[in-house]
Design a protein around this ligand. Structure first.
Ligand code: GDP
Length: 200
């Protein structure tokens, strides 16, 4: 898919105020600092469409971007920031739960995980929750430029081993690097295929 246009539409803290549109939407979510903004900028070929966050955990907003005038890319807040209080964690959970429960336009979620780390409970729990709520998702491994190919393979395998304990098969996944522009074509191709299939 060639990105002809990418426009910021709106930021919201209330899912009910998200665009009233039937365009298919794709949500990107992950731990703070996982590289979500960089990935969105890489995918759209724009330097600063998504703001790389100076203060992780502070911007708890749902951001809609209109891509090629025919689908929405949704930048969801980063989760798991250690310094937020318990009560704001609860508010955050509610907010995210409401997004996923209400947006029937959502085609699939992309859960971002840093390829360098061992599988983290917070990400596994979140994927489990998506599964229980029948929300389709793919995994996007970020920061692949930080590891050698063999280590990438091993880290993906470690994920696979853990996920196969509670999933029948490994979810669809992508390996990406924003500074090296790796994986963007594959993610965009996947979105394009889903968009096309929906029209059939
Ligand atoms: P966000 O908080 O998830 O939106 O993460 P950002 O996109 O703001 O990135 C967090 C930090 O990770 C920044 O210092 C980025 O430069 C860095 N970063 C993001 N993606 C990559 C990547 O693919 N490779 C490397 N090496 N660094 C990355």
């Amino acid at each position: 898919m060639h990105i002809k246009s990418a426009e910021f539409v709106v930021s919201n803290s209330d899912v009910m105020k998200c665009p009233n549109s039937s365009l298919p939407e794709y949500a990107f979510i992950g731990r703070s600092n996982v590289g979500k903004s960089s990935l969105i900028n890489m995918l759209t070929g724009r330097k600063s469409l998504a703001k790389t966050s100076g203060k992780p955990g502070k911007t708890q907003l749902i951001n809609h971007f209109l891509i090629n005038k025919n689908w929405h890319l949704v930048d969801l807040p980063g989760y798991g920031y250690a310094r937020v209080s318990k009560s704001s964690k609860k508010t955050f959970q509610k907010f995210i739960t409401q997004y996923f429960s209400n947006r029937t336009q959502l085609v699939t979620a992309f859960v971002l995980v840093d390829i360098r780390h061992e599988p983290q409970p917070i990400d596994l729990d979140f994927m489990q929750w998506l599964g229980e709520n029948q929300i389709p998702f793919s995994i996007i491994f970020t920061k692949a430029d930080k590891l050698k190919p063999k280590a990438i393979e091993n880290h993906v395998k470690a994920y696979e081993l853990i996920l196969l304990e509670f999933w029948e098969e490994m979810p669809n996944y992508f390996i990406t690097s924003s500074p090296k522009t790796i994986g963007n074509k594959e993610v965009l191709q996947y979105i394009d295929t889903l968009n096309t299939n929906m029209k059939l």
